[in-house]
Design a protein around this ligand. Sequence first.
Ligand SMILES: Cc1cc2nc3c(=O)[nH]c(=O)nc-3n(C[C@H](O)[C@H](O)[C@H](O)COP(=O)(O)OP(=O)(O)OC[C@H]3O[C@@H](n4cnc5c(N)ncnc54)[C@H](O)[C@@H]3O)c2cc1C
Length: 442
Amino acid sequence: MRSETPRSPGSPGSPGEKHSGTATLSADVCVVGGGPGGRALALALTRLGCDVVLLEKRDPARGTGPAFRGESVSPDGVRLLAALGAWERVREAAHRVDRLEIEDAGHRVLDVRFADFPYRYRHPVELAQPTLLAALAELTGPQPGACTVLEPATAVGLLVEGPAVTGVRASTPAGTVRVHAALTVGADGRYSAVRRLSGLAERARQMPLERDVVWLKLPFPVGWDRRAYRVRIVGSSHGLFLPSTDGTVRVGLNIPKGGLRALRAGGLDQLRARLAQLAPQTDQSVRAGVRSWSDTVLLDIFTTDVPRWSAPGVVLIGDAAHTLSPVLGQGVNHALADAVELAPLVAEALSRDRQARGRALGTALHLFQHRREPDVRRSRALQLRQERMFTLTSPAATALRRTLYRALDASPALRRRVLAPAYFPGHALLRESARAEEATPA
Ligand SMILES: Cc1cc2nc3c(=O)[nH]c(=O)nc-3n(C[C@H](O)[C@H](O)[C@H](O)COP(=O)(O)OP(=O)(O)OC[C@H]3O[C@@H](n4cnc5c(N)ncnc54)[C@H](O)[C@@H]3O)c2cc1C
């Protein structure tokens, strides 16, 4: 990816040059946020010949961010990476997952085998987010459009002319940068500044879920299948155990909303006991892997429903438009899907002459939300149903939960109906001729 030091107009800077005060850049599109959504959009737009400036607030010198986030990529995410030409590049580094297994009160109640689904890309994978982001960035370099990446650069204000957003003001270590663009994209995640600054947050509803999640990594327990996702439920307590690319198991332990303080007050022994209750096989790993609270990360679980994803000159994608819960690993997938859907609509609108461009862009942004929202709603509804199932407490309700999982386990048709909207929303059914040559992920 071409990366430039910002330049003041009329003063061509050289790489590494320091500036103070205000510098100005212009591009077709300014993307705020270099997560999966922002990087995928930059790639898709530059492929279509658009010039992009991407702003990312994290300092690359300090690493690529939390080690826990966004590692599970659903089969639909794999399909989208293939569509972006990125799958072959990350395939070697991805860890294929074959099964999803749910145990409730010590009994296996559901065992889903992804190979049974009749789609081209059937398997979810674990993929470290830095690997994914680096691959998307590398692919963006040689495209017809140019991409200028400023990092660290934090969007702190929007440029506005009349009713339209016309760019972004960003703060960088070298000073302020103003980026003028026909379209500004808020790909800046669950606490999106663009959403707030553009007024699109005003009618947004943030819905806290009943649980928060404590994430941690453990040495992989002896005897466990490395190609399985595990959900363990005991009463109203549950945890996710996901194989990680670094050979560890990534654990998402659910705790009551705001319950971290109580958990901490009980000390690490209480955390270890909770994990051992859910998965006794992790006992040794927990002792070896959880030595201090700094080995854990808390994820505040909420979903955000933003009624309008765009206003003149600005649009939101990914978590900024629709924060989801971590159940069934949907966030990365939807961020990628937004990028793939939005890019051609925007490129087409920007190819119009100057007079027609504003109206064409407005239509494109409405069409984008119209096309993407039904999938997002389906995923959110499925996640909320699943969350409710996990948090049932009464003996009658938990018995019913087990019965439902067993019914699902017994019926491939029902399994497909329930899980396909989450894992395979954009998949076409695999034709028999294509089945034999399915590209089996790493
Ligand atoms: C602990 C944890 C575990 C998760 N596990 C999974 C999982 O297994 N599978 C899954 O699919 N999803 C998971 N998610 C959710 C997933 O990470 C997100 O849904 C996904 O990354 C959304 O992509 P995005 O590009 O929309 O936003 P993000 O990945 O959040 O990227 C936004 C980017 O914008 C940058 N940014 C923010 N504000 C500004 C600003 N003002 N200026 C410039 N840059 C800015 C941020 O630094 C960040 O790089 C997890 C999340 C967490 C926190």
